[in-house]
Design a protein around this ligand. Structure first.
Ligand code: TYM
Length: 327
């Protein structure tokens, strides 16, 4: 079975972009692959976050992931900060990466733009992400489109490390869905749906109630020419809705476009499809909330399984780079 790894920040309520771009593929990958999924609490420290809130969010993100369909008996679900090797391998990789390549990262440019004070961790963020991936010898990394550049860096660092110190790290491949990889904000269809750029009406949350989903989709920005056609350049709002409908119903955007003449009908169909898609997630999440006492033990078990793999890769990497072993 090939090894899969992916990660998600504990940044609060998960949204439709997280679900369609990543989570539904994480769920699908549990059976055919040896899957490792981590809640990346260390990455969350790169921006300002209240300590108590971070702890709560990390815990609740585990419940959200279980509700989305992760099954700890079929995958390894853990918290990044519970496995010390993430930070340790990140250091070896920081001594492999260059300032120039980190400066080119578009997420760093976006998140640091206009700020007078930027944390060093925000700059080295993609190196920690590379460590997450490379520690587990991951062959496949299921993510949304916005992670493409970070994945390229992880590949590049593995190749460079192997070239300098001999074959040590597995070079991973990204796995980005053909549709749903970049869900756009319903109010600003020129930018991706995201929690950090606050647009409550433009962001469908994974746990939104049906009437909320209907309200947000009905208010989605389209355009004035009233033609239902898939054309992401010229018609970003309508095309985003068509992609959502296609991905929720297992079709293609061009095919679903043929079934609607009016924006109003399309919007109702999109809302209904999303409500049905997310209904089981919302129901499972409500049931899990009553049973949240099991989360610490479940995460401890996940960390133990993760550590067993991570410690071997770290020891191999430390030896290759020339660190004297402790024994
Ligand atoms: P994060 O927490 O921002 O997002 C988690 C996953 O959701 C995807 N995603 C989207 N997909 C489609 N449309 C959108 N609008 C959308 N918004 C988010 C992301 O692509 C991602 O797959 N740096 C990562 C976390 C990370 C990681 C890793 C990922 C840390 N280490 C190792 C993979 C492997 C991040 O901030 O994702």
């Amino acid at each position: 079975m090939s090894r899969v790894l992916s990660g998600l920040q504990p940044s609060g309520d998960l949204h439709l972009g997280n679900y369609l771009g990543a989570l539904r593929n994480w769920v699908a990958d549990q059976d055919a692959h040896d899957a490792f999924y981590c809640i990346v609490d260390l990455h969350a420290l790169t921006l300002d976050v209240d300590p108590a809130e971070l702890r709560t969010r990390t815990h609740d993100t585990a419940l959200d992931l279980l509700a989305a369909g992760l099954d700890p008996d079929r995958c390894t679900l853990f918290v990044q900060g519970h496995v010390a090797e993430h930070a340790r391998l990140a250091w070896l990789l920081e001594c492999t990466a260059t300032m120039g390549e980190l400066r080119r990262m578009t997420q760093f440019k976006d998140k640091s733009a206009g700020k007078d004070s930027v944390r060093v961790g925000l700059f080295t963020y993609p190196v920690l992400q590379a460590a997450d991936i490379l520690l587990y010898d991951a062959e496949r990394v299921p993510v949304g489109e916005d992670q493409r550049q970070h994945l390229e860096l992880a590949r590049e660092l593995a190749i460079r490390f192997n070239h300098r110190y001999g074959p040590t790290l597995v070079v991973p491949e990204g796995s980005i869905p053909t549709i749903g990889a970049r869900v756009m904000d319903l109010q600003h269809p020129e930018r991706k749906m995201s929690k950090s750029v606050s647009s409550p009406l433009g962001t469908v949350l994974m746990l939104d109630e049906p009437d909320e989903i209907l309200r947000k989709v009905k208010k989605a920005v389209t355009d004035t020419d009233n033609e239902v056609r898939y054309d992401p350049e010229a018609k970003p709002g309508v095309s985003n809705l068509l992609e959502l409908l296609a991905v929720a119903t297992g079709s293609t955007p061009a095919t679903v476009a043929g079934s609607y003449q009016r924006y109003g009908d399309l919007k109702v169909a999109v809302a209904e499809a999303l409500i049905e898609l997310l209904r089981p997630v919302r129901e499972r999440r409500a049931a899990l909330a009553a049973d949240s006492g099991t989360v610490p033990a479940l995460l401890a078990k996940g960390a133990e399984k993760a550590r067993a793999v991570a410690s071997v890769t770290y020891a191999r990497s430390a030896e290759a780079i020339g660190l004297l072993g402790p024994d």
